[in-house]
Design a protein around this ligand. Structure first.
Ligand code: HAM
Length: 419
């Protein structure tokens, strides 16, 4: 019997995990500087949280959720994104009673039953930030500044920030009518998904990737023309704030996002170097979600970055150089006595912060030294019965192919002097 990883999932190891850990390190460091604390929420949540939060008309809820039904217990769903769980945690743990804003970040796997392709998986990973407790555009700009700094610090090039505003409930109602009016004459030319969206949530028609639909919607009216005074001012304030921080953007009224919870600001960071799945980061404001989750009316804004897509760019733009294992010393051994000494010394060295490796496969000395070379050990020794008896050993510098005799009992001090 042989097994395969499920379709749309990937093992991350070797050179890849090296890059992942570097990127995650950068993200965590940035969050620290921007005063954002980590939150870890469960990988699964009550199904209803996503239905109400992400929205009944979104593709995620209608087609893509991994829902688990267990006899006698409530329906739960593997998280398709991080925002709903963060909002639930904010309410359930009464974080709204703390001094605001509450700023949290997560690095989490997420699950969507989608057709896998480059940059689109069924299990993928998101780095997300959520800021709760303010309706001010300054928070939208702050969220964007975190994503912008993250991309810059990782070093990703040729990324464009696009911003838009979907307005509040009233603006949305107004725009839906205007858009429906525009679409109705061409409705029969739209794809099946769009015809359905036309009925349930016309705005989402703008999000269709179908070329024919795109052509029809090319000259669709702009949502920005339907914003009320307050939403217009909010969007202007966002632009002023971004200009103030020197963050470049373009306004794109076609950005509507695929999730239902957004109000006012929406934004995306897009690359055209990784194929059709070019959105590396998406986010926006969602002022109704905390209320939906049973909490007090609370302003909220955030984003999530798709880490697989970031890694694609890191690799294609060669941003992080892979450095293999950093091994200070390889301790070879001959015979059981030699092995036991290698093991006890190896353990001692490791405890004192030295990266040491010794043979546990009981290979020949020749094979052990070949391995030491392969793993790029800086130094090596070979311990046999004589070395133990005489308390003397040859410390070999693997790079320079030189060696010197030292006392075996002084190996730690001798190494610390050299590395
Ligand atoms: P989203 O646009 O659905 O938004 O996902 C955010 C990012 O996750 C996308 O831009 C993309 O990079 C990545 N992503 C999504 N689906 C996949 C997939 N199947 N495979 C690989 N990467 C994927 C959200 O999830 C919102 N929760 C963002 C947010 C946070 N809004 C406010 N706060």
């Amino acid at each position: 019997m042989s097994f395969k990883a499920p379709r749309g999932t990937k093992d991350i190891y070797g050179e890849d995990i090296f890059i992942w850990q570097k990127v995650e390190g950068i993200l965590r460091e940035i969050c620290e500087r921007f005063c954002v604390s980590e939150i870890r929420t469960p990988v699964f949540e009550q199904t209803e949280l996503f239905q109400r939060g992400v929205g009944e008309t979104s593709d995620i809820v209608t087609k893509e959720m991994y829902t688990l039904e267990k006899k006698g217990s409530e329906s739960v769903t593997l998280k398709p994104e991080g925002t709903a769980g963060a909002a639930r945690a904010f309410v359930e743990n009464s974080m709204y009673a703390d001094p605001q804003p509450t700023k949290m970040y997560y690095i989490t796997p997420a699950f969507r039953y989608e057709r896998p392709q480059a940059g689109r998986q069924r299990q993928f990973h998101q780095f997300g930030v959520e800021i709760f407790g303010s309706c001010d555009a300054a928070c939208d700009a702050e969220a964007i500044s975190i994503a912008y700094e993250a991309l810059n610090k990782i070093g990703v090039k040729n990324i464009e920030l696009k911003i838009n505003s979907l307005g509040g409930n009233e603006c949305r109602k107004r725009y839906n009518e205007v858009l429906k009016d525009f679409i109705k004459n061409n409705i029969s030319d739209l794809c099946g998904d769009c015809r359905e969206r036309f009925e349930k949530n016309p705005l989402r028609v703008l999000d269709c990737k179908n070329e024919k639909c795109g052509n029809i919607l090319e000259n669709a009216p702009s949502v920005l023309d339907c914003l009320g005074e307050e939403c217009k001012a909010h969007f202007e304030a966002l632009k002023t704030n971004l200009d103030n921080m020197g963050i470049p953007y373009t306004v794109d009224p076609k950005i509507v996002r695929g999730l239902d919870y957004y109000t006012k600001t929406v934004f995306e960071f897009v690359s055209n170097e990784i194929g059709s799945q070019g959105t590396v980061c998406g986010g926006g404001r969602y002022d109704n979600l905390i209320g939906e989750c049973g909490g007090p009316q609370t302003g909220a804004v955030g984003f999530a970055m798709g880490l697989e897509r970031i890694m694609m760019l890191v690799k294609s733009q060669k941003l992080i150089e892979f450095i293999g294992k950093n091994i200070d010393i390889y301790i070879g051994s001959i015979g059981e006595k030699g092995f036991l000494k290698a093991q006890s010394i190896g353990y001692e060295l490791r405890k004192s912060g030295i990266c040491a490796e010794y043979d546990t496969l009981k290979r020949s000395v020749k094979a052990q030294l070949k391995y030491a070379n392969k793993i790029n050990a800086k130094y090596s020794v070979v311990i046999g019965e004589n070395e133990v008896l005489n308390d003397s050993i040859n410390l070999k510098n693997m790079k320079e192919s030189s060696q010197e005799e030292i006392k075996l009992s002084d190996i730690k001090e001798e190494l610390l002097k050299r590395i």
